[in-house]
Design a protein. Structure first.
Length: 248
């Protein structure tokens, strides 16, 4: 595709185009803009410019489709880079691209696609709004992921505190286990957030701990220690503010 490179001293280089080319895309490098630009095309025979909306502006590169009608004559093509700033319409840069003459191909079909135009300012606004919404959506997605990670980490910390501070009646005789034997929270391990919302921690010694958040608001913790076997605790938050832990 043809390329225009604009230097810091406002000079530029531009690749030539050939007469009778069609459906060409132009890339313009070197401009720093705050909005998606509007590109105007014309030659010395025209009294009005053909207006095109840039298809993209990313990493300092403007991409825009060249009107086919301007490639039907071997006349230098003028290109104007323009932007809307509020109610102001500003021509930011002008350049010229040479069109080299060549014989017309036998199978060339004239295209009438430049004769119907939309309301340019409105189209420009819509395109720029779309670009901004995409950027905002990406930022919002990142913020949601960060917030979910924070909530999960807080939930884990709260669960560990609840389990550590919970008092279980007759703990020494329940299921033949001593509750103190299941204090594995201080062991090093790896925690995984599962797709069903549960949390699984696998400790370096092979023990595991799975936390499930039930639909009724209770929390079920299942611990599997290599020395003592499997133990399940369900923590319920009562309406009176108390907490009940059931082992079973």
């Amino acid at each position: 595709m043809p390329v225009v490179t604009i230097r810091k001293n406002n000079t530029y280089t531009a690749d030539d185009l050939f007469q009778w080319d069609a459906n060409r895309e132009l890339e313009i490098y070197g401009l720093t803009l705050t909005r998606l630009p509007e590109i105007h095309f014309a030659n010395s025979r025209m009294t009005k410019a053909i207006v095109k909306q840039a298809t993209s502006y990313a990493n300092g590169v403007i991409k825009v489709d060249i009107p086919n009608i301007l490639l039907e004559t071997a006349i230098p093509m003028r290109v104007f880079v323009c932007t809307y700033e509020g109610e102001e319409f500003i021509s930011r840069f002008a350049l010229t691209i040479n069109i080299k003459a060549r014989p017309k191909p036998e199978d060339y079909i004239a295209r009438d696609d430049e004769k119907i135009y939309s309301y340019n300012a409105l189209e420009n606004l819509v395109k720029n709004t779309t670009v901004l919404l995409r950027a905002e959506n990406a930022n919002f997605h990142s913020e949601i992921i960060a917030e979910v990670d924070t909530m999960c980490n807080d939930a884990i910390a709260q669960m560990r505190q609840i389990v550590e501070n919970a008092t279980i009646a007759e703990a020494d005789t329940l299921d033949g286990y001593n509750a103190e034997d299941f204090e594995i929270v201080s062991k090093p391990g790896t925690t995984v957030f599962n797709s069903d919302g549960s949390i699984t921690t696998t400790y370096n010694d092979g023990s595991t701990e799975t936390i499930v958040f039930n639909e009724d608001g209770s929390i079920t913790t299942t611990r599997n220690t290599l020395e003592l076997g499997v133990k399940t605790e369900t923590t319920r938050f009562n309406d009176d503010g108390s907490i009940t832990v059931t082992v079973g």
